[in-house]
Structure formats: C-alpha cells, structure tokens
Write a protein that binds this ligand. Structure first.
Ligand code: HEC
Length: 114
C-alpha cells in the first residue's frame, strides 16, 4: 500500500538525516494525487530505493548518494531514463516526465520531500 510505503520512507529519510522536524512540516503541503511526484515515487522508485535492493542508493542516505551526485545531474538523469546495471529504464515509472525524474532524484539524494 503506497501510503504505508511513503510513511516508511519518510520515517527512514528522517532517521537517516536526523531531522525529526522535517516530516511533520513537509506533510502539510498537499498536491492532488496523480500530479504528486511523491505518489509516483512511492509506486516505483521506492520499491528498490528504500532498502537499497540490488545496490540501489538509499533514499536520504547522503553517503550512498555522494559518489552518484559527483557524476553530475545529466548522467543521473540519463541512467534513470535508459537504465544502469540493476536500475531498470525509467525506474518502473512509465508516466514520469523528465521533470519528474529530476524532482525524484533530488528527493532521494537529499531526503527532502518536493
Ligand atoms: C527495480 C529496482 C529499482 C527501481 C524500481 C528504481 N531503481 Fe534506481 N537504482 C536501482 C539500482 C540497483 C541502482 C544502482 C545501479 C548501479 O549503480 O549499478 C539504482 C541507481 C539509481 C540512480 C543512480 C544512477 C547513477 O548513475 O549512479 C538514480 C539517479 C536512480 N536509481 C533513480 C531512480 C528513480 C528516479 C527511480 C523511480 C522513477 C528509480 N531509480 C527506480 C534500482 C531501482
């Protein structure tokens, strides 16, 4: 159930970056389901990026993301769209736009909810 996964992810992201205030604050900003990038995240990227399945960099884990970010945004975007080793093309998000991927990558690498 996506809502549960989202909650787990938020909790995890919070524990990982040690900012207890963040979740409560961010959750109040509501966007309609469908256009909400977090809804897309919770039914696609979260499947692997919460627990690091297959070696996926974990959401909000700055150590996991540091070497990825060092490659630059363009490389990350290309690897997301075209796939990269165990990372499937489009990350299972068939209705994601490029701008969604940018938002989702930013979210995962920072742990900050869009
Ligand atoms: C089936 C599991 C799976 C799903 C679903 C998934 N990923 Fe990944 N992702 C991975 C794995 C595994 C890696 C690590 C690949 C490697 O470095 O060999 C990865 C790596 C990445 C990277 C880093 C690429 C790099 O160049 O270092 C980005 C960015 C990324 N994923 C974004 C996403 C986004 C955005 C989504 C959702 C739209 C998503 N992923 C969904 C498994 C997944």
């Amino acid at each position: 159930m996506p809502a549960t996964r989202l909650l787990i992810a938020m909790t995890l992201a919070c524990v990982l970056c040690g900012c207890g205030q963040m979740a409560n604050q961010e959750i109040s900003t509501h966007t309609p389901v469908g256009s909400d990038p977090m809804e897309k995240w919770s039914r696609s990227c979260s499947l692997c990026h919460i627990n690091g399945i297959g070696g996926a960099p974990r959401v909000g884990d700055s150590e996991d993301w540091a070497p990825r970010l060092a490659q630059g945004d363009e490389v990350l975007l290309t690897h997301t769209v075209e796939g990269f080793n165990n990372m499937p093309p489009l990350g299972y998000c068939m209705d994601c736009e490029r701008s969604d991927f940018v938002t989702l990558i930013k979210f995962m690498s920072s742990g900050l909810r869009p």
